[in-house]
Design a protein around this ligand. Structure first.
Ligand code: NAP
Ligand code: GCO
Length: 268
């Protein structure tokens, strides 16, 4: 491998990807393993951690799985201490775990709003706070927050999610500002509309076999005229975790097929 390409390698690095038993987190972790990193992930339930471990094994990846609710600071602190003991200091953190509730704002309870903000915004704060001290001691670190189109745009029924993901964009910038001097880079990835369990309801075929109206809407709003696949996020995620991005800090890299640049296809 040339000296230049070594900048994109994750050899010798320990990467924690939260909520990575499947979906976007699993795809990013798989790419990190391909780039040489030691993979650590968590999920809330043991059965999902076990499923995730089996899925990684199937790809030839010997991952380390931990049961941890990322909204619980005690559990997160304990998990990070256990990882440091059993695997090593975390060089790369991907705050991927996330939920969404699609409810019209005036029908959403404050508790439902809080639940979404807890996972999508408070948890990235909790997990980042747990890993930063050892990154400082080690002299480097990479934190990647999985933001969203909703870090920039709103739409009906996703008030809590948009508020959280908008806040996550600013948390990304603040971590970059506060810890950049310790050679810690904190950036975001803003996926467009990606085919995962989280968006499955938006892609369900209609009873007459036609595509879901929202599915057709996204196709018309995306210059690439397709939904993203989790694999579309792998290259950008490796770049932001590697030495090649050491002077990129506080940036949100949108991987959206061009949605944010496009007014949308004129209805025929
Ligand atoms: P997903 O398929 O719903 O997976 C979310 C993962 O997060 C699951 O493994 C889930 O575990 C885990 N999780 C949820 N709450 C958790 C908690 N409290 N503690 C630990 N793990 C928890 O979602 P996805 O589509 O892969 O999305 C992953 C991230 O990308 C999310 O932050 C999402 O907001 C963001 N995103 C998604 C899209 C998209 O189009 N799919 C676009 C932009 C951004 P359980 O199964 O146990 O709940
Ligand atoms: C929704 C979708 C989006 C995607 C993603 C877009 O209901 O609008 O779930 O929010 O999950 O965040 O970037």
């Amino acid at each position: 491998m040339s000296d230049f390409m070594k900048k994109f390698s994750l050899e010798g690095k320990v990467a924690l990807i939260t909520g990575a038993s499947y979906g976007i987190g699993f795809a990013i972790a798989s790419a990190y393993a391909e780039a040489g990193a030691e993979i650590v992930f968590n999920d809330i339930k043991q059965e999902l951690v076990d499923k995730g471990l089996a899925a990684y094994e199937e790809k030839g990846i010997h991952a380390h799985g931990y049961v941890c609710d990322v909204t619980n600071e005690e559990q997160v602190q304990a998990m990070v201490a256990q990882i440091e003991k059993e695997v090593g200091v975390i060089d790369i953190l991907v705050n991927n775990a996330g939920i969404i509730k699609r409810i019209p704002m005036c029908e959403m309870t404050a508790e439902q709003f809080r639940q979404v903000v807890d996972v999508d915004l408070n948890a990235p704060f909790i997990v980042s706070k747990a890993v930063i001290p050892s990154m400082i001691k080690k002299g480097h670190g990479k934190i990647i927050n999985i933001c969203s189109m909703m870090s920039e745009l709103g739409r009906e029924t996703v008030s809590a999610y948009a508020a959280a993901k908008g806040g996550l964009k600013m948390l990304t910038r603040n971590i970059a500002s506060e810890y950049g001097e310790f050679n810690i880079q904190c950036n975001g990835i803003g996926p467009g509309y990606i085919a995962t369990p989280q968006t499955a309801p938006l892609r369900e075929l209609q009873p007459d076999g036609s595509r879901h109206p929202f599915d057709q809407f996204i196709i018309a709003k995306t210059p690439a005229a397709r939904w993203g696949e989790t694999e579309d996020l792998q290259g950008p995620a490796v770049f932001l975790a590697s030495d090649a991005s050491d002077f990129v800090n506080g940036h949100v890299l949108y991987v959206d097929g061009g949605i944010l640049a496009y007014i949308g296809k004129q209805p025929q």
